[in-house]
Design a protein around this ligand. Structure first.
Ligand code: NAD
Length: 502
C-alpha cells in the first residue's frame, strides 16, 4: 500500500465543520485498490444525520464567508493553491491508489490541473462582472447585484475524484457560497485531503464539508435538503435524471454535468498519423473512464483502412501495469464490476461487429486487478449498442463515412453532446465542424485538453451548466435587480394605472 489511508483517516471519512468524524449510517464501505483487488480503507458511510450536520455547518459558516470581501476570499484561495502544491505528492499517490490511475497521470494532469484551477478561482474571486448601472426607465436608477446563493450541495463521480471536487468546490466558495460535497463512495480519499488542505489554508470551518456516503442515502438526502439552495451534480445521465427529479421538489438551481459519447471525426485531408495518435490518447486516457474520451471515430473512406491499422498497432504498444511503476501507461478500471461491465459491451458486440485488437482482460501478474486491454472495434452499425451507449472503458469504435455531411450527421447521432473533435488541414472544413457538431466543446486536431479559463459542460443529454472558467463562477451566483426611485415624488405618474387620473 503506497498511501496510508486507514491510518490517515483513522478519525473517519466525514469532514464536517473542519474535522473528520465517523459516519453514522451503520454501514461501512471498503475502498479497494483496483490494481490488486485489496481493501485499502474501510470507513463508516454517511447517514442522513451526517448530511444534516454538514448542511448545518455550511449554513452557519455562510454569512461570514459571503460577507467577506472578494479580496479576502481570493487570498484564502491563493493560500489554498499553495497548500495543495505542498501536498501534491500525497494527493497524487492517494488518487492513484483509489482509482488505479498511473502515477504519471495523477502527477502531470490531475494534481497540477487542480492546483491551477484553485489559482484561477483565486483570481476570479476578484473579477465578478455585470451590466453597468443606468437609468433605464428615466425615473429610476437600476443596477444588478451578483450575490452568493447559499449552501451548495454537490455530488461527484469516481473517475476524476480530485478534479471533480475542485470543479465543484472552487467556483462555489470563490463566489461566497459554502458547500457540502458528496464524492463517490468508491473514491473518498482525495476529496478529504482537498478539504483538509482548505482548512490548513485558513478557509473557515464549515465553508467546505465532505460527506462520504451512498448516492441513495447521502446523495438523495443532500439533493432534497430544504436548506440547500443549489445542486451541482457530475455523473451519469441516468442518475442525473433522478437528481433533477429530487431537486425539483424544493425548486433548486441545478447544474448537471452528465455522460458523454464523444465523436472523433477524421476528414480525408487530415494527417492520419496525428489522428491515430490523438485517437489512442483520447480514447485511453484514464483507461477510457473520461466523460469526454474519444469513443466513436468516424473516418472518411480514403483514410479508413490506414487509420484502423495504425490505431490498432499503437494500442498494442500501450503498457498496462502497476499504477505506481514508472513504465506504466494504463492502469486498471475503477473496479472489477466496471471491468466486467465493459467486457459485457465488447462481448455482446462480437455478434454484429469485429474486435480488431484487445477485447480481453490480461492474465499473469495483472489478473487480480480490474485490467482490460485497449480495444478497437470495427464494422458496428451506427444504431448498435457499442456505438450508442456510454461504455466508460478503453474501447474505441471506428466507422467509415463518405461525405462531410454524413460524417457530421453521424457525429451528432447520439443523445449525448459533451465533447467532440474534428481532424482536418482545411480551415473551412474544420470551422464548419465546429459550427455543426452539437457539443459543449469541439477540438480541432486534438482531443482531451482542458484549461481553467475555458468552460467545460455539455449539450443535449450531457446536461447543462459549465465547470471551470468565469461561466462556472457566475453560475454559483444569483442576480438581483436593485431599482432606486429618482423622482422623490409621493404620487408617482404610474400610480394612475391603479387609482385616479393624471
Ligand atoms: P454515477 O452517476 O453512478 O454516480 C455519480 C455520483 O452520484 C456518485 O457520487 C453517486 O454516489 C451519486 N449518486 C448515485 N445515485 C444517486 C442518487 N439517487 N441521488 C444522488 N446521488 C446519487 O456516475 P459514476 O459512475 O460515479 O461516474 C461516471 C459517470 O460520470 C459517467 O457517466 C461520466 O460520463 C460522468 N461524468 C461526467 C462528467 C462531465 O463533466 N459531464 C465528468 C466526469 C464524469
Amino acid at each position: 500500500m503506497q498511501f496510508p489511508a486507514q491510518e490517515r483517516f483513522g478519525d473517519g471519512a466525514q469532514f464536517i465543520a473542519g474535522r473528520l468524524t465517523h459516519g453514522t449510517s451503520g454501514a461501512t464501505h471498503a475502498v479497494v485498490d483496483p490494481a490488486t483487488g485489496t481493501d485499502v480503507f474501510t470507513y463508516e458511510l454517511a447517514g442522513t444525520e451526517d448530511v444534516d450536520a454538514a448542511v448545518a455547518a455550511a449554513r452557519e459558516a455562510f454569512p461570514a464567508w459571503a460577507g467577506g470581501t472578494p479580496a479576502e476570499r481570493s487570498d484564502a484561495l491563493h493560500r489554498f493553491a499553495a497548500r495543495l502544491a505542498d501536498r501534491a505528492d500525497e494527493l497524487a499517490r492517494a488518487e492513484s491508489l483509489q482509482c488505479g490511475k498511473p502515477l504519471k497521470l495523477t502527477r502531470e494532469f490531475d494534481v497540477p490541473g487542480t492546483i491551477d484551477n484553485t489559482a484561477f478561482f483565486a483570481g476570479a474571486a476578484r473579477h465578478l462582472q455585470g451590466q453597468s448601472a443606468g437609468e433605464y426607465s428615466g425615473d429610476h436608477t437600476s443596477y444588478v447585484r451578483r450575490e452568493a446563493i447559499g449552501v451548495v450541495g454537490s455530488i461527484a463521480p469516481w473517475n476524476y475524484p480530485l478534479q471533480m471536487a475542485a470543479w465543484k468546490i472552487l467556483p462555489a466558495i470563490a463566489a461566497g457560497n459554502t458547500i457540502v460535497l458528496k464524492p463517490a463512495e468508491l473514491t473518498p480519499l482525495t476529496s478529504l485531503l482537498f478539504a483538509e488542505a482548505a482548512t490548513e489554508a485558513g478557509i473557515p470551518d464549515g465553508v467546505v464539508n465532505i460527506v462520504t456516503g451512498t448516492g441513495r442515502v447521502a446523495g438523495e438526502h443532500l439533493v432534497g435538503h430544504p436548506d440547500v439552495a443549489m445542486t451541482s451534480f457530475t455523473g451519469s445521465t441516468a442518475v442525473g435524471k433522478r437528481v433533477a427529479e429530487v431537486a425539483t421538489a424544493t425548486v433548486k438551481r441545478l447544474h448537471l454535468e452528465l455522460g458523454g459519447k464523444a465523436p472523433f471525426v477524421v476528414f480525408d485531408d487530415a494527417d492520419v498519423e496525428a489522428a491515430a495518435n490523438g485517437a489512442v490518447a483520447g480514447a485511453l486516457i484514464n483507461t477510457g473512464q473520461d466523460c469526454t474520451a474519444a469513443t466513436r471515430a468516424y473516418v472518411q473512406r480514403p483514410l479508413y483502412e490506414a487509420f484502423v491499422e495504425r490505431t490498432a498497432a499503437l494500442m498494442e504498444t500501450v503498457r498496462l501495469g502497476d499504477p505506481f511503476a514508472p513504465g506504466t501507461d494504463l492502469g486498471p478500471l475503477i473496479s472489477h464490476a466496471q471491468r466486467d461491465r465493459v467486457a459485457g459491451f465488447v462481448d455482446r458486440a462480437r455478434a454484429y461487429a469485429r474486435v480488431v485488437t484487445g477485447g480481453e482482460a490480461p492474465g499473469g501478474d495483472l489478473a487480480k486487478g480490474a485490467y482490460y486491454r485497449p480495444t478497437l472495434v470495427v464494422d458496428a452499425p451506427q444504431d448498435s449498442e457499442i456505438v450508442q451507449a456510454e461504455i466508460f472503458g478503453p474501447v474505441l469504435v471506428v466507422l467509415p463515412f463518405d461525405t462531410d455531411e454524413e460524417g457530421i450527421r453521424l457525429a451528432n447521432d447520439t443523445p449525448y453532446g459533451l465533447a467532440a473533435s474534428a481532424w482536418s488541414r482545411d480551415v473551412y472544413r474544420a470551422n464548419r465542424a465546429t459550427r455543426e457538431i452539437k457539443a459543449g466543446c469541439v477540438w480541432i486536431n486534438d482531443h482531451i485538453p482542458i484549461i481553467s479559463e475555458m468552460p467545460h459542460g455539455g449539450a443535449k443529454q450531457s446536461g447543462f451548466g459549465k465547470d471551470m472558467s468565469m461561466y462556472s463562477f457566475e453560475e454559483y451566483t444569483q442576480i438581483k435587480h436593485v431599482m432606486f426611485d429618482n423622482t422623490a415624488v409621493a404620487r408617482k405618474d404610474w400610480h394612475r394605472t391603479v387609482f385616479g387620473d393624471r
